[in-house]
Design a protein around this ligand. Structure first.
Ligand code: ZN
Length: 436
């Protein structure tokens, strides 16, 4: 074999390697290019461009709506007045608006294909109780008030995006529902989103949730949680003369000590918290009741079920231990139960879902980068049922959520609005003019 031959064989080998290595890269580049091309097409559509251009000259109007809505109190189960104000805003954006039996405001923008629905939602409720001062103060560019960001930002964006689509006369392919929903926070237990998904489930293709400020994240993983309350009751009596009767607080403490020794895995991350404990009437009385509230969270639904069973077993054992050590069982035994205060199911959006593709494409257009986040939001409900859903911020910056010092700074809001609008249209799609 001469030298030249050997050399050419080596060159060939190198070529084969190059082809083998580059091929998968090229095909993934091609796929990426197609995605960007479709995103590109969306932003090249004249009507979409008109909708995107609506935001800049109307930023003051959007700020004003945000402040006005924030100043209407909306504690859990008292969202009605704020709902009525959002209804007026969505009606002014040309939508058919209804309030459902749960209290959700639903504005419809009918698509050419009514069999498929995409939801854009923002929750109405706040964590602040009745009587909280929600007057908005201004400090430089900042707006300050409880609930200004969570979810004044989402509600203002909901109205602004509906308005932008209306002004640009956009007709989507899939029907879009603009929804201001009730009961997202705490005790609300996602009741608004549950009712909505229940009503539209068979036609629901995707849900985009607007919650708070920012453009840095996209929540695609729904953290599952359960809130449980343990209640133990007994005969009660005098601390001295009735000593020896079974004591519900003793039983609760015995059960709690067992429970907090339960092992939880680091992965899937699982947590528990004994958050509230109450019971008894005075220092010198054997209590007739003791209560404990426990919050459990996990990346895995089965870990939650395991922890809930552990709590029940530990409390049963605590009550048994207390009964066995009591000297006087003649006046009755301890009764106990564990009740479910709330449950948020978990779920996860597939990495290759069209909805995440639409968000990534929107990010390319507005030159943003989003990190994947796991959280407990309205998106939990659709995600737990296998319906594509994400939760994103609606632009600008905010802080101090769930505190009286909550603030919002609208600088950069326009990019967040464009990102949300492009994601929505990326999944709902714009009907070509001739098919209308
Ligand atoms: Zn929120």
């Amino acid at each position: 074999m001469n030298r030249t031959r050997a050399r050419s064989r080596e060159v060939k080998r190198v070529l084969v390697w190059v082809i083998l290595f580059v091929m998968p890269v090229r095909s993934s580049l091609a796929r990426h290019a197609t995605r960007s091309a479709s995103a590109g097409q969306l932003s090249e559509n004249a009507q979409v461009r008109a909708a995107l251009a609506w935001f800049a000259p109307n930023l003051n109007w959007i700020n004003e709506q945000q402040a006005r809505l924030t100043e209407i109190p909306a504690p859990a189960f008292q969202e009605g007045e704020r709902a009525a104000a959002v209804k007026t805003l969505l009606s002014a954006a040309g939508l058919n608006v209804e309030v459902d039996a749960t209290g959700n405001v639903i504005g419809e923008l009918r698509g050419t294909n009514e069999k498929e629905i995409v939801v854009l939602s923002a929750h109405l409720d706040t964590v602040f109780p009745e009587g909280t001062d929600v007057k908005v103060r201004h400090e430089g560019n900042r707006m300050l008030a409880p609930g200004i960001s969570d979810n004044g930002t989402g509600l203002a964006a909901l109205a602004a995006i509906a308005r932008a689509l209306h002004e640009a006369q956009i007709k989507p392919q899939r029907t879009i529902l603009f929804v201001a929903d009730v009961g997202e926070e705490g005790e609300g237990n996602l009741r608004g989103m549950r009712a909505l998904v229940d009503a539209y489930r068979s036609r629901l293709k995707a849900v985009v949730v607007l919650d708070g400020a920012g453009t840095d994240h996209v929540t695609t993983i729904a953290l599952a949680s359960r809130r449980l309350e343990v209640i133990i009751s007994g005969p009660g009596g005098h601390s001295w003369s009735d000593f020896g009767l079974p004591n519900p607080i003793n039983a609760l403490v015995r059960g709690s000590v067992r429970f907090i020794n339960t092992k939880v895995p680091a992965s899937p991350r699982t947590t528990f918290n004994l958050g509230q404990i109450e019971g008894g009437t005075s220092i010198n009385s054997i209590p007739y009741e003791a209560r404990l509230k426990v919050d459990v969270r996990s990346e895995s639904e089965s870990e939650l079920t395991r922890l809930e069973s552990a709590l029940r077993e530990c409390m049963a054992a605590g009550v048994r231990d207390e009964m066995e050590s009591s000297r006087d069982r003649s006046r009755g035994k301890l009764e106990w139960k564990v009740q479910l205060l709330g449950s948020r199911p978990g779920g996860e959006l597939a990495a290759e879902s069209p909805l995440l593709g639409a968000l990534r494409a929107a990010d390319v257009i507005v030159e943003n980068e989003s990190r994947i986040e796991r959280s407990s939001t309205d998106a939990n409900i659709p995600l737990s049922l296998g319906i594509d859903a994400i939760s994103i911020g609606a632009g600008g910056n905010g802080g101090g959520a769930h505190s009286l010092h909550e603030w919002y700074d609208p600088a950069g809001r326009e990019m967040g609005l464009k990102r949300a609008l492009l994601t929505l249209l990326g999944i709902a799609e714009v009907a070509p003019e001739k098919t209308r």
